[in-house]
Design a protein around this ligand. Structure first.
Ligand SMILES: [Zn+2]
Length: 277
């Protein structure tokens, strides 16, 4: 075999890796601030749940967390919220934070500015019908295109990353295995990503429910406490009703100094900033 095809293959491999890192890595900050943890120094972790509501699993997780007095952050998909509005309302009333995770969770709709803007607006409309006005947004697959960041500013949304609990969570093979992955990522200040749904569709998440219980009980024994993403990063969880902020807005806008601090992992000590849902 000649060296030329090998060279091409290596070059294309490097290109794919660089593209993945730039556009989909939980940790890359090249396109804009994308906080994935806080360097609080305190033993606290934010548990987050993407892709729901998805019953009965979302409520099983909520029942368990509520029984422990733990609040978490749920990044929900508009179409799943429309299927289970009572679940979203129940979570918010219990003090969990509701974040935005697109309206349909369709990959191709996250690739272009126009459809991405429609995803943001449609999701916000669905949340507003429940009197919820999220300020936190987690992109599906953590996919960021350059247009995402100005769109988020237009809609008063702050992007939030995190660490996936386990790369094989989607296969739902073993709660213990998922929990082991999550525990290795649960350092102080970590934002850990679980999935209570499947891209906004129904599906079995029983192993994730089991994993959450193992993670909580193990971390509690280690002296860890649990908090929500807004509290961990010192940023607002919600916007005032009836208002999408613009980049020129001075208070709590996504280019706020506090967000820059969060993105660069400077400890956030601004205390509670979360408005009532
Ligand atoms: Zn998702």
């Amino acid at each position: 075999m000649s060296r030329w095809p090998l060279g091409l293959g290596a070059a294309s491999g490097v290109g794919v890796g660089a593209a993945y890192w730039t556009f989909m890595s939980p940790y890359a900050q090249l396109l804009g601030p994308f906080p994935y943890r806080s360097r609080t120094g305190r033993p606290e972790v934010a548990l987050t749940f993407d892709d729901g509501p998805n019953e009965p699993y979302t409520s099983q997780i909520a029942d368990y967390l509520d029984g422990k007095g733990i609040r978490a952050t749920f990044f929900q998909v508009g179409r799943a919220v429309r299927a289970h509005p009572d679940t979203t309302t129940r979570l918010a009333r219990a003090g969990h934070v509701i974040g935005h995770h697109s309206d349909t969770h369709q990959f191709t709709r996250c690739l272009q500015r126009d459809s991405l803007g429609e995803e943001l607006a449609a999701g916000l409309t669905t949340f507003a019908e429940l009197d919820l006005h999220p300020a936190l947004y987690r992109p599906p697959w953590l996919l960021r295109i350059p247009a995402l960041f100005p769109l988020l500013r237009e809609h008063g949304l702050q992007p939030v990353s995190g660490a996936f609990c386990h790369p094989l969570e989607v296969l739902q093979r073993s709660g213990r295995r998922i929990a082991r992955g999550a525990l290795t990522r649960s350092r102080p200040g970590a934002i850990v990503i679980f999935h209570d749904g499947f891209d906004g569709h129904p599906g079995n998440r029983a192993e994730t429910v089991g994993a959450v219980k193992i993670v909580v009980e193990t971390l509690e024994r280690r002296g860890c406490r649990f908090t929500t993403v807004d509290d961990l990063l010192g940023i607002p969880a919600y916007n005032p009703a009836g208002r999408s902020r613009t980049p020129s807005d001075p208070v709590g806008a996504p280019n706020d100094d506090r967000l820059s601090s969060a993105a660069t992992h400077i400890p956030a000590d601004t205390g509670r900033t979360r408005a009532a849902p």
